[in-house]
Design a binder for this molecule. Structure first.
Ligand SMILES: C[S@@+](CC[C@H](N)C(=O)[O-])C[C@H]1O[C@@H](n2cnc3c(N)ncnc32)[C@H](O)[C@@H]1O
Length: 315
């Protein structure tokens, strides 16, 4: 596997972005830089790319790998994409031809024992993309009461056994704090049946881990803010491409695209439009694309991906 993270649906992403020479592109979730590298190659010789990641180690890794090859065509900033509206113009990317969001976490982060993203890591339960800000997952687990924890697992994990798991956490931490991802995964495995109806064949702690990660990084709020900012930065004809990995993310993307395609938000009974909003997007993928079988076999991380793309129209 190249550099630990295989870019997902990379051919589809490239077709949708249609990055041309001379264009300006933003990769809002740089990760291992796999998509960024392809975008820079496609926009050779003078296209430029701004890469953001909340995780400073991702920025440093991609800088070491790609800066020698692409020089000043590549700009990198450690930033959350919720800050895109300020960061992009400050870096000379105030009007762009394409913007990519490849949500969630990279294989590097999953494998990093100190971050606590993976079930089998013995390191601390942190789960922050940016370890210099916010509250680590272990602190949430230690401080929220069982009712709050259950609500969190339900809201961000759609976990059917949220109450049972939250109560078990409450009991366990009266004896000793839950310190590692491995301990949390083992606890969930003990109390939540792996093969209950409606549960796919994934690790029983998947939804709990997803919920904690979303809460720790305020991922859904960041996504809403980031999408709105990206749309404002796009030139007419510019493309917005989003890869999401679970239904909560995809729902936000889908609703955002639908709302911006429709424009007017007046109630149907209003005789004339009073909101003044006009359509700003044309959908390029109407229902979203999913990876092919061959990609899922080669890269199981891709299995839950859904790609949505839209084009900015002159408003
Ligand atoms: C799936 S990986 C991206 C992989 C990348 N496309 C590649 O080809 O290697 C997602 C990356 O987005 C970053 N990320 C997630 N949420 C973010 C946010 N709100 N702002 C900035 N970066 C974010 C994560 O730190 C992670 O490195």
């Amino acid at each position: 596997m190249r550099d630990g993270h295989l870019p997902v649906m990379v051919e589809e992403v490239m077709t949708m972005l249609a990055a041309a020479p001379g264009s300006l592109q933003i990769d809002a979730t740089l990760g291992g830089g796999g998509h960024a590298e392809r975008i820079l190659e496609a926009s050779d010789p003078d296209g430029r790319l701004l890469g953001l990641d909340a995780d400073g180690t991702a920025i440093a890794r991609v800088r070491a790998r790609l800066a020698p090859r692409f020089g000043d065509r590549l700009r990198l900033r450690q930033a959350n994409f919720r800050e895109l509206a300020g960061v992009a113009p400050a870096e000379g990317f105030g009007a762009v031809d394409g913007c990519l969001f490849d949500l969630g976490l990279s294989s590097f982060q999953l494998a990093d024992a100190d971050r606590g993203f993976g079930f089998r890591t013995g390191g601390p339960l942190d789960m922050r993309f940016d370890t210099s800000r916010g509250v680590p997952a272990g602190e949430l687990l230690a401080t929220l009461d069982a009712i709050e924890l259950a609500a969190l697992f339900r809201k961000y994990g759609e976990e059917p056994f949220a109450g049972r798991i939250a109560r078990a956490i409450g009991e366990a931490r009266r004896v000793a704090p839950i310190r590692t991802a491995e301990e949390l995964a083992a606890l969930v495995e003990r109390v939540a049946p792996a093969r209950a109806p409606g549960r796919r064949r994934v690790h029983p702690a998947t939804r709990v881990f997803q919920a904690l990660r979303i809460a720790v990084n305020e991922e859904l709020e960041a996504l809403e803010t980031g999408l709105a900012a990206a749309l404002n930065l796009l030139r007419p004809g510019g493309r917005l491409v989003v890869l999401s990995y679970h239904s909560l993310e995809d729902r936000i993307v889908k609703r955002f695209f639908q709302a911006e395609r429709r424009g007017c938000v007046c109630p149907p009974e209003a005789p004339v439009c009073i909101c003044g909003r006009v359509p700003r997007l044309r959908l390029v993928t109407s229902r979203g694309l999913v990876p092919g079988e061959a990609e899922i076999v080669a890269n199981p991380r891709a299995r839950s991906a859904r790609l949505r793309a839209a084009e900015r129209i002159a408003a």
